[in-house]
Design a protein. Structure first.
Ligand SMILES: [Zn+2]
Ligand SMILES: [Zn+2]
Length: 255
């Protein structure tokens, strides 16, 4: 399994960045986890965006889904003619919220482009050779961390979340954990997000093999973030940049 970070930024994108989006690929499955602003452009750089098997959205904050509006147009005018509807998994209530920016016709076109399914806590979804399991976490209601399993390895994407047992449950035994690390350290606890130190502590508690920090505040000092996370977690730590790509290998195996 391989994961490519298409957007590393939290809430708003700094220069050359995009908001949340991660391409997860295995032999026989290619899915997108979140589709924030700028993600579709970066997807074009690394893959054929028409060849996705499914899209998953973790929660109803715009930095995780706004490029779905663009993707809807992309799908509608596919160069090789109309496509099958793209499977789209998202939390209850998000489509209703998105309709607020769509005309009646636009909403109908959205439903023609995507096949919508609502995510349910801990109900696995099978996409080709990949299994994706959502875990409810503590952020806005509802928000799901996503766990992808294929090729004998396990990837956990925490989505946005406060630290706590809900996200430990999702991350337990992950060979690679993509963890949000939004908050500068002085803001720990100020909103339902994690700092780099909390993401490091989570990786330790969950027994993760490798930690990749994402959802980074654009002005935060990434070098310092890596050092702070590393002081809590002994495994490999990376603060992701756009288009960084990671092979998910079994915990303890050199990558
Ligand atoms: Zn976010
Ligand atoms: Zn959020």
């Amino acid at each position: 399994m391989r994961v490519t970070v298409l957007g590393s930024a939290a809430s708003h994108a700094g220069a050359g960045e995009a908001c949340s989006g991660h391409l997860v690929e295995c032999d026989g499955g290619r899915v997108l986890f979140d589709c924030g602003n700028g993600v579709l452009s970066n997807l074009y750089k690394v893959a054929d965006p028409y060849r996705l098997d499914a899209v998953f959205i973790t929660h109803n904050h715009p930095d995780h889904y706004v490029d779905l509006y663009s993707m809807q147009a992309m799908l509608r005018y596919a160069p090789e003619g109309p496509l099958e509807r793209m499977p789209l998994f998202m939390p209850t209530g998000l489509f209703q919220r998105m309709q607020g920016l769509l005309s009646e016709r636009g909403a109908a076109q959205f439903r023609e482009a995507f096949e919508l399914t609502e995510l349910r806590d801990r109900e696995p979804v099978h996409i080709g050779a990949m299994t994706v399991t959502p875990y409810a976490v503590n952020h806005t209601e509802p928000t799901f961390a996503l766990v992808a399993q294929a090729d004998g390895v396990r990837l956990c994407y925490t989505a946005d979340t406060a630290p706590g047992p809900w996200v430990v449950a999702a991350a337990r035994g992950a060979d690679l954990m993509l963890a949000e690390a939004t908050l500068p350290e002085p803001y720990a606890g100020a909103s339902p997000h994690m700092t780099a130190a909390q993401a490091g502590a989570l990786a330790l508690e969950a027994g993760a093999g490798r930690l990749v920090l994402v959802h980074v505040w654009p002005t935060n000092d990434r070098t310092r973030m890596a050092a702070v996370a590393q002081s809590a977690f002994a495994g490999p730590v990376t603060v992701a940049r756009e288009l960084d790509s990671f092979e998910v290998t079994r915990k303890g195996t050199p990558s």
